[in-house]
Design a protein around this ligand. Structure first.
Ligand code: XLS
Ligand code: MG
Length: 347
């Protein structure tokens, strides 16, 4: 089955990094944030994923007039480079007010900070002509179960979503689930949780999901099934393709780098559903290896994009008739062998 969609790709400026990790400092010279945007088009990307303070650094210290004027500059810069802002996400895991989470913090003043910062994020998104707000719920969760009332936490998350929908009548909220890290157990660990929150909200048509491959793998789930679930509900607003080598720290490896067949199945599910036909981006969220030299390092972005496109070809050239025959005959041994040989490029 051929899907003629010309895919559009996006990544966030944090995907070009200096290589620090919890065990050691930067290993590459910093590449100026403002210069990253000139790299997008030549690398084959046209969408920019933003955190609110990627658009307006030092946001908490600025007045509305100041942050809106900075956002206007960024809007002009994007237009100059022919780039589209895909989404803006409130960064709610850095500030001292978010040590115990943001919307689910046990402190009322810290929750108020989180809502206020989220409204600023929406204002910034609108100022750069973007209608999508991503909620990666980072610290919404606990290190020990007794620390919070989980039922109340889910009510607080729903109240926040409703307050956002009310604050701006046009925005969409895209929830990006992740089961752990930085917390031990995060609230909204899977797309099923996100879709339930969407349906419980005041306007479910404006609440969708963003699925990151590695986050699904960390939940012990198959990313292609998670994507299929969201697609079945028409709630897959975006994806963050990457890879993850087992249940360990969040790795953001290159797409297909740990498991090509799992990557293939994500592409196959997206292709079969016509994902992208309404302008949805193929977002990447990949980190280069700390060992890589150079400034800036961008090969991981190019390589992941290329692997995606090769897998699109693999998906389009899969013999669907044969697949159907094997399904009808319930001969999944033959089906598996066919898929593996197809991926290996042997007859
Ligand atoms: C977390 C994500 C995060 C979101 C946007 O794993 O990469 O950066 O995509 O907040
Ligand atoms: Mg992500």
């Amino acid at each position: 089955m051929s899907n003629p969609i010309p895919y559009r790709f996006s990544f966030g400026p944090w995907n070009i990094s200096e290589g620090s990790d919890p065990f050691g400092p930067e290993v590459r010279a910093p590449f100026p944030h403002e210069e990253k945007f000139a790299l997008y088009r030549p690398l084959g990307f046209e969408g920019v994923q933003f955190h609110d303070d990627d658009v307006v650094p030092g946001l908490d210290e600025l007045s509305p007039a100041q942050f809106l004027s900075k956002a206007a500059q960024v809007k002009a810069m994007l237009a100059n480079h022919g780039l589209t802002p895909e989404f803006v996400a409130p960064r709610l895991w850095f500030a001292s007010q978010t040590v115990d989470g943001a919307y689910t913090s046990n402190s009322a003043t810290d929750r108020a900070y989180a809502l206020d910062r989220t409204k600023k994020c929406i204002d910034i998104a609108r100022a750069i002509d973007c209608k999508a707000i991503v909620l990666w719920l980072s610290r919404e969760g606990t290190y020990i179960r007794e620390a919070k009332d989980a039922r109340l936490a889910y009510h607080r998350l729903l109240d926040t979503i409703n307050a956002m929908l009310e604050y701006d009548r046009d925005i969409e909220i895209w929830i990006e689930p992740k089961p752990n890290e930085p917390t031990d157990q995060a609230y909204v660990p899977t797309i099923g949780h996100a879709v339930a929150l969407a349906y419980a909200s005041k306007d479910h048509t404006r609440v969708k999901g963003l699925i990151e491959s590695a986050h699904a793998l960390l939940a012990g789930l198959d990313p292609s099934d998670e994507m299929a679930f969201a697609l079945a509900h028409d709630k897959l607003a975006s994806v963050h393709l990457n890879d993850q080598n087992g249940l360990k720290y969040d790795q953001d490896k290159n797409f297909g780098g740990a498991n090509l067949r799992v990557a293939f199945n994500q592409v196959r599910v997206l292709e079969d559903a016509g994902y992208g036909s309404r302008g949805e981006f193929i977002g990447l969220d990949v980190k280069t290896m700390r060992t890589q030299q150079g400034t800036p390092v961008t090969e991981h972005l190019q390589n992941s994009r290329e692997v995606f496109l090769h897998l699109v070809e693999k998906s389009r050239s899969l013999d669907q008739k044969l697949v159907q025959q094997y399904r009808d005959a319930r001969d999944y041994e033959a089906l598996e062998c066919h898929v593996l040989k197809h991926l290996l490029g042997v007859k």
